[in-house]
Ligand binder design. Structure first.
Ligand code: ZN
Length: 689
C-alpha cells in the first residue's frame, strides 16, 4: 500500500516529537508523502484562516494577529520539509511535487491575502495599535503584517485581486520551470576530458574528484567536471590548456541559454507578468514595488549606491588586467586576456605578487577544524557551545547535526550539509527548519541548517577546502547565528525574517572573523602535521584578502545593475540576449569579463521574487557590514571585544524583524552607516591610519 493512504501516519505532517526539543523525522519521509500531506495541510490552513476571518467577536490583536501566527501548523511543517527536499534531495519525482505544489501554494497565499474579511480585521488592529495597549513587538507585528497584506494587493478591488492572483500563479509555475532548467543543465552537462595530458595544472585532488565524477557518469577511465560553479571555477583557475578552459567556460556560461533546458523564452514572460503585477499594485515598475518594501525605499537609492562603487571597481579591473597581461606575455601568451583566462592568470598574479599558492594554503584548511573555529568564535562572542550529536535522523549520510547551548541551556539545533551531490541545488545557503518563537508562552527553539557545495573528499581523505570556501562557510554561519540567536515572541518577526537588504548584514559581518589571527592560529592547522599555518603564510593570506576585488565587485555589480535596469523598463518587452548585450555595453562592462550569472541562469532574478530587482541587496548590506566590522576593529578587544559583541546581539542578532532595521542599526552603531567603510574594506580607498 502506498504510504500516502494514511494521513495520520504521514511523517510530513507528524509533530516532530520530543527528542532534543523535536527533530524532523527524516528517517521516515518519502517523496510519495508530500502531495497528500500538502493537500491536508492546505485544507487545515484554509479552515484556520476562515475561523479568524469569520470570527463574530470584534477584532483584537489576540483573535486576529496572534491567531494568524498560530494558524496552519501542518502547512508550516510541510512546506519547510518540501523546501529541504526540493533544494537538497531533488529527484524527478520531487520535481513533480514542486511543479504540482508551487502554483497551489501561490494561490493559497493570494487567497489569504485577498480575503477581505480577514484584511478588515488586520486593518482594525493595525489602526488601533498605538491605543490598544500593545507591546512594541506587537505593534511592530501589526505594522509588518498590515504592510505585507497591502503590498500583496489586499486593498485592491475584487477584479484586480483576481487578476493579481492569476499573475502570481503563472509566475510561480515559471519560477519553478526556470530553476529546474538550470539544475538540469548543471547536472546533465559536464566537461569530459579523455587525455591525462589535458589535466596539466590541476591538483591531485581535483583530478581524483574528476575521475570519480566520470565514473559516476559511466565514463570510467576519463575525467569529468560537472557544469557547476564548485567544479568549473577551480578548473578555470588551474587548467593550463587554454582551449579546454574556453570550452569549460562556454559550457558553464551557457546554462539555460538555448540548451535542451532553455530559459530564454521564460525571461520575457516573467518580466511581462512582473510589470503587469507592479502596475496593478500601483507602482510605476516592479523595481519600485520591490524597493518600497526594503531599506532602500526607491530603486534610485539602490542605483546610486551601485553607481558609486562601479567606477572604482572597474578601474581596479583595468589594473588587474594589466598585471595579468604582463605575466601572460612573459610566459609567451600574446592573446588579450579573455574571460576564460581571468581566473587562470589571476591565480598566476596572486602567486607572483603575494607569493601565495592556493595549493599551499588548502592543506591548512580542514573543514572539520574550520567548523571548530567558527564554533569557537561564536563561543567567544556570544557564549554559544556546539556539540555533535548522532541521534537525530538525517535525510542524507553527509548531514551532521549539532546541539547548540548557552550556559547549559539548549539554544537550538544546527544541521550541516557540506558536500555537492546530484539533486542538490548549487551555491550555499542557510535554511530554517523551525523558527524560534514564544507564541502562547511556549518556547520553541530554532532548528537551522547551513548548506554548501564542497567537493566531497576521496575515501579516507580529510575534507580540505579553499579559502573562498571558508569565506562561504563563515558567511552562511553568520545567517545561522542570526537564526539561532533569535529571541522574539512572534515567528513572523524571528531571526532572518528581516528586510532583504538587511538580511546579509550578519552573514557578511561574520566573514570578518575568518581572517582574525586568533582564529587562524588555532584552527588553520595542517591536516598531516597538525602544525598551525606559519605566520608568514597567514600574513600572505591576509595581504591577499583584497586580491581581485575588482573582478569580484564588477562581476557582482554588473548583475545587480542589469537586474535593476531590466526591472525599471516597465512593460517594454525584453529579449534576454539583446538586453544582456546592450545592457553590458551601456554600463561599460570590461571585455575581459562576463556577468557572474548570465540571465538564462540568473536564479536570484528569475527563480523567485526573493532577490528579483534586489540583487543589489548584497552590497547594500555590505555597506552596513563593513561599517559594523569597523565598530569591532575600533573596539579595545578588537574582533573579540565582549561589549561590542553583546551590543550586536542585543540590537541586531536577537531582535529579528521586531525592530525596524535602520533603527536596529542605529542602536548598534550609534549612527547611520556611510559608504566609506565599504570602500576601505574592498581596498578601493585607503585603510584608516
Ligand atoms: Zn547570504
Amino acid at each position: 500500500m502506498p504510504p500516502s493512504d494514511d494521513l495520520a501516519d504521514n511523517p510530513v505532517l507528524a509533530p516532530w516529537g520530543d527528542l532534543r526539543g523535536g527533530v524532523p523525522p527524516f528517517d521516515r519521509i518519502e517523496t510519495a508523502h508530500f502531495i497528500p500531506a500538502l493537500e491536508a495541510a492546505m485544507t487545515e490552513k484554509r479552515a484556520d484562516v476562515a475561523a479568524i476571518a469569520d470570527n463574530p467577536a470584534p477584532p483584537t490583536f489576540a483573535n486576529t494577529l496572534e491567531a494568524l501566527e498560530a494558524s496552519g501548523p501542518l502547512l508550516t511543517r510541510a512546506t519547510r520539509l518540501l523546501n529541504i527536499y526540493a533544494s537538497t534531495m531533488n529527484t524527478p519525482a520531487m520535481r513533480e511535487v514542486e511543479t504540482w505544489s508551487s502554483p497551489k501554494l501561490a494561490a493559497l497565499r493570494d487567497e489569504i491575502t485577498h480575503n477581505g474579511a480577514l484584511f478588515a480585521r488586520i486593518e482594525a488592529v493595525y489602526e488601533a495599535r498605538e491605543t490598544s495597549g500593545l507591546t512594541p513587538e506587537q505593534q511592530r507585528l501589526a505594522t509588518v503584517v498590515y504592510e505585507r497584506f497591502v503590498r500583496q494587493g489586499a486593498a485592491l478591488s475584487a477584479e484586480d485581486k483576481h487578476a493579481l492572483a492569476d499573475i502570481n500563479q503563472k509566475l510561480a509555475g515559471l519560477y519553478t520551470r526556470f530553476s529546474q532548467n538550470v539544475l538540469a543543465d548543471e547536472e546533465g552537462e559536464a566537461l569530459v576530458v579523455d587525455k591525462a595530458s589535458d589535466l596539466a595544472g590541476l591538483s591531485h585532488d581535483q583530478i581524483d574528484a574528476a575521475a570519480a565524477e566520470a565514473k559516476a557518469r559511466g565514463l570510467e577511465g576519463k575525467w569529468a567536471f560537472a557544469n557547476t560553479r564548485s567544479a568549473m571555477e577551480p578548473f578555470l583557475t588551474f587548467a593550463d590548456n587554454r582551449t579546454l578552459r574556453e570550452k569549460a567556460f562556454r559550457l558553464f556560461v551557457s546554462r539555460g541559454d538555448h540548451t535542451a533546458h532553455d530559459n530564454t523564452a521564460l525571461i520575457p514572460e516573467i518580466m511581462r507578468l512582473r510589470a503587469e503585477k507592479a502596475r496593478l499594485l500601483g507602482y510605476p515598475t516592479f523595481a519600485h514595488w520591490i524597493a518600497d518594501g526594503q531599506m532602500a525605499k526607491t530603486p534610485d537609492a539602490a542605483m546610486r549606491l551601485l553607481g558609486q562603487v562601479w567606477g572604482p571597481a572597474r578601474a581596479r579591473v583595468a589594473e588587474e588586467v594589466a598585471e595579468m597581461t604582463e605575466i601572460a606575455s612573459a610566459g609567451g601568451a600574446n592573446e588579450p586576456i579573455a574571460p576564460w583566462d581571468y581566473r587562470y592568470y589571476g591565480e598566476k598574479v596572486r602567486k607572483a605578487k603575494y607569493d601565495l599558492d592556493e595549493a599551499e594554503v588548502t592543506p591548512y584548511l580542514q573543514l572539520s577544524k574550520m567548523l571548530e573555529g567558527m564554533f569557537w568564535a561564536a563561543g567567544q562572542l556570544w557564549g554559544l557551545e556546539f556539540r555533535a550529536i548522532d541521534d537525530a535522523p538525517v535525510y542524507h549520510p553527509d548531514v551532521r547535526v549539532f546541539e547548540v547551548t548557552r550556559a547549559g541551556r539548549r539554544v537550538g539545533l544546527w544541521y550541516f550539509d557540506p558536500f555537492a551531490r546530484a539533486g542538490k541545488r548549487s551555491g550555499a545557503w542557510m535554511n530554517e527548519y523551525r523558527t524560534q518563537q514564544r507564541l502562547g508562552g511556549q518556547a520553541v527553539t530554532p532548528i537551522i541548517s547551513n548548506n554548501e557545495n564542497y567537493i566531497p573528499p576521496g575515501p579516507g581523505e580529510p575534507a580540505l577546502i579553499s579559502w573562498t570556501d571558508c569565506v562561504t562557510l563563515f558567511h552562511e554561519f553568520g545567517h545561522g547565528l542570526h537564526g539561532l540567536n533569535s529571541n522574539v515572541t512572534y515567528p513572523t518577526l524571528a531571526g532572518t525574517a528581516v528586510l532583504r537588504d538587511f538580511v546579509e548584514l550578519p552573514s557578511q559581518l561574520f566573514e570578518h572573523w575568518l581572517p582574525t589571527r586568533e582564529l587562524l592560529s588555532r584552527f588553520a592547522v595542517h591536516h598531516q602535521t597538525g602544525e598551525p599555518m606559519p605566520q608568514a603564510l597567514v600574513d600572505k593570506v591576509l595581504r591577499a584578502e583584497n586580491f581581485h576585488q575588482g573582478f569580484k565587485t564588477v562581476e557582482y555589480l554588473s548583475n545587480a545593475l542589469l537586474d535593476l535596469k531590466a526591472h525599471l523598463l516597465g512593460a517594454a518587452p525584453i529579449e534576454a540576449d539583446a538586453f544582456e548585450r546592450e545592457g553590458l555595453a551601456e554600463i561599460g562592462m570590461p571585455p575581459e569579463m562576463v556577468l557572474r550569472h548570465r540571465l538564462p541562469h540568473f536564479l536570484h532574478m528569475f527563480s523567485s521574487e526573493g532577490y528579483a530587482a534586489g540583487y543589489y541587496n548584497y552590497i547594500w548590506a555590505d555597506t552596513l557590514s563593513a561599517d559594523a566590522a569597523e565598530a569591532f576593529a575600533e573596539a579595545p578587544g578588537g574582533f573579540y571585544d565582549k561589549a561590542t559583541a553583546k551590543r550586536l546581539l542585543d540590537t541586531v542578532l536577537s531582535v529579528g524583524g521586531s525592530v525596524e532595521p535602520a533603527e536596529a542599526y542605529r542602536r548598534f552603531r550609534g549612527r547611520d552607516p556611510g559608504i566609506d567603510a565599504l570602500m576601505r574594506d574592498r581596498g578601493f580607498a585607503p585603510a584608516p591610519g
